[in-house]
Design a binder for this molecule. Sequence first.
Ligand SMILES: Cc1ncc(COP(=O)(O)O)c(C=O)c1O
Length: 386
Amino acid sequence: MELSQRLRNLPPYHFAAYNRKIAELTASGVDVINLSIGNPDLPTPPAVVDALIESARQPANQRYPEYEGMLAWREAFAAWFERRFGVSLDPRRQLTTLIGSKEGLAHLPLAFMDAGDVALMPNPAYPVYPTSVALAGGVCYDLPMDAESGWLPDLSAVPADTLARAKTLWLNYPNNPTGAAAPLEFFERAVAFARQHDLLLIHDMAYAEVHFDGARPPSILQVAGASDVVVEFHSFSKAYNMAGFRLGMMVGNAQACEGLTRLKSNIDTGIFRPLQIAAIRATQLPETWIDERNAIYQRRRDTLVEALRALGLRVASPAAGLYLWPQAPAGETSAEFALRLLDQAAVAITPGTNFGSRGEGYLRITLTAPDERIAEAAQRLRKALA
Ligand SMILES: Cc1ncc(COP(=O)(O)O)c(C=O)c1O
């Protein structure tokens, strides 16, 4: 059976191949420490699980759900958003419920990009963005990012003829993979740029609730008038340790919400209501729950940053998100080092190039393992580097 040209043209989803290798090693009895995927290891809050179980027993919740999500859920999310960011959203028009934010990110270009349209795409970036643009027939124009500019793209460098064909601009802060955060002033410039060039600005804020040292990242929707041109993605996976639930949100521009809901109504039939009821419960958790959970990630961050620096690797200490982004040791590409580390030390990390050519020379390491596994991974790294 021949795959479609569309699928054959896609770059491989590196995580899938790498995961297969990790699974093979694990099946053969190797104790792999997997720091390659931001898959929260901490449990979902019990009150959220209880809400899921209790609501699943009710026959009304076992039927097809609403396409755009239950109104009670959308209202609860809008209330959470207002408390968290001081931004008011219309729960009927400015929110679309997603089967995890990845699903919405992957489908959005099908609703708003035609063949040949240009997407302004940071490099490095979460690989789902360029892939979804390619699936819609669009073309990516690279916005190169580097450490010197704080991993913020230089929007003024995009040539006029590219801007004339550009339909979307993609941003992601707190950033995966670099761990960078963006100040509100950068968002103000980006919104003005999107307005000036008639772009849909797609901001992925999947790591909104994972932040350290008391610094809470802003939403781009805090910029006055942003929802004229912006949609922002949120995820319950990282916010409330609910990765397996598959629940995300796109909020902001009402036409974009309507377009994506229209597309999705041809593809899926909404989210199991009990998941939405569980997520309502999550939005009601006290702020201290987030603080205590983030204190655990922060401790892991500090352990790993210290260990990597002691090994002579250069690494910034991120203010948010689930990742460290150290420079790879000299003399090896980031993919060569990551493979050697897996083979020789049974530690799985991600080569920076999985996120684009600008990731060469970098490694991405997640904080989603218990303290003792992080400490053990640091020991193994020491041996591999010796
Ligand atoms: C930047 C970014 N956005 C979106 C997602 C997808 O998250 P989910 O589909 O679980 O909401 C991820 C997952 O790792 C991510 O790193």
